[in-house]
Design a protein around this ligand. Sequence first.
Ligand code: ZN
Length: 510
Amino acid sequence: MDHKSGSAKTSSSKLLDSLLKPAPVNARVKPAKNRVEHKTENRAEPKAPPASPSLSAKKPLRYLATRSLLLACGLATLGNVPVYSMISSTEDGKLIHLTEPLLDSASPAQVVKDLNLPAVAVESFSGYAIDILPDATQGNWSAHTVETDDTLESILGRLELTKTSQKLLENTTIKQALGNLKADARLFTQVVDDSLQQLIYAKNKTDVYIVSVTDDGYVGKWETGALETRNAKIAFTVKHSIQKDGKTAGLSNSVIRQLSQVFQKDVDFKKGVKVGHKVGVIFEDFRYQGESIYTDKVLAAEYDTGKKSYQRVRFTLAEGRTDYFRPDGDTELKRAAFDRKPLADGRMSSGFGMRRHPVFGLRKNHAGTDFAAPRGTPIYATADGSVKSIGRQGGYGNVIELSHINGITTLYGHMSAFKDDLKSGQKVKRGDVIGYVGSTGTSTGNHVHYEFRVSGEPQNPMAVELPQVGIMTAEEMQTFKSIATAMVRDLTDLRKLASADQADRQQNGG
Ligand SMILES: [Zn+2]
């Protein structure tokens, strides 16, 4: 309970008023120990220095009030006696009635009148706090997808709730459920005033473990069907802006933000959005206690300008990259077959073309591009291919040459070491480590010398036109097509529904 705002600056008469005014209909019900805390805070009140000189004049009033309250509480605790009292303040000649029983003897719990009763608590606390789950609409929800190495501590640690995770794991029941998190499971956390209010661990769509805070600490239990996960669909027509109309239609800020990403290649969201454009979106929606607690990824979306319609479907490639693809977009399902450079990082230290040779001092054509990086930095194959040659070769030092499609070869020089067991003729995939940066051969420092040759002729690796290859394997293409077909069908249904709804409203003059 938060009484900080009340204790220091509230004048004694204000305190009295709030203590003596009739209890709200939905007075908060709490177990006995909370009432004791309450009493302790009131007892400490007279010790606080008066906020203004006028207060000291009212001291008898405060004294009386505090003592009466303490007496009432004392009596209540001792004998379950309903307490009625009347206090007369001679100073302002007003009668103040203290007519509310401080204790309902029929109930084992006691009524406590809160000074700062949170609006939401009025709705949610109507009996034993322990049996009532905290409201789903309070505070902030966040969602986490459990990674392979994640633990409850690591996830809550990111929310600066490390102490809370320790407290949770001290509870043996909770530890049994959350001690080992399943990879790819979802974890939702509700944080109110910097403290964890509820935690939902969705092991799969049906097995859900819910932890909530009660006056006795955290309690947890498995609940089937507590969390509803679904693909929500919303369509709207632009009347003011994507932001405003999307919000009115019920989209979260996160989903609206994602839309500009989804259509980044199709629509200029800063200048290209016009009144009358139509948007349809399918997204992941997680519902708890009937409330949407988290809207996650956009799964598919449609943008219709009236003249042209764009559709995008979310898909994750085997290599791990996720993108929004056009369901029919064959051309866009291709990409360059080569990476431009063989290092993850690395500074280009010398470009392709004529230059003064750093060792010999002669003007000489540089057949490749140099990237400086610390010794031992991994060197990656820039495309799928096979090892044409591997070994020591004069000025190149330790060098590997790879063969690729279209008569293209790439060469990587000055390596400190080759990748273990890499042999001539062996197949490599784009992004495989083939060796490590060094300074073997004719070299002035740690770098990789990278060449790109077409039919044996060196080309500028940074500028050469790269061949295109399909982005998906045949298998991926099949998976994507089946997802895309279902999403396009849903987007079409959504569009029909939205236009029928609009026609309906126009007919009814809405
Ligand atoms: Zn070089």
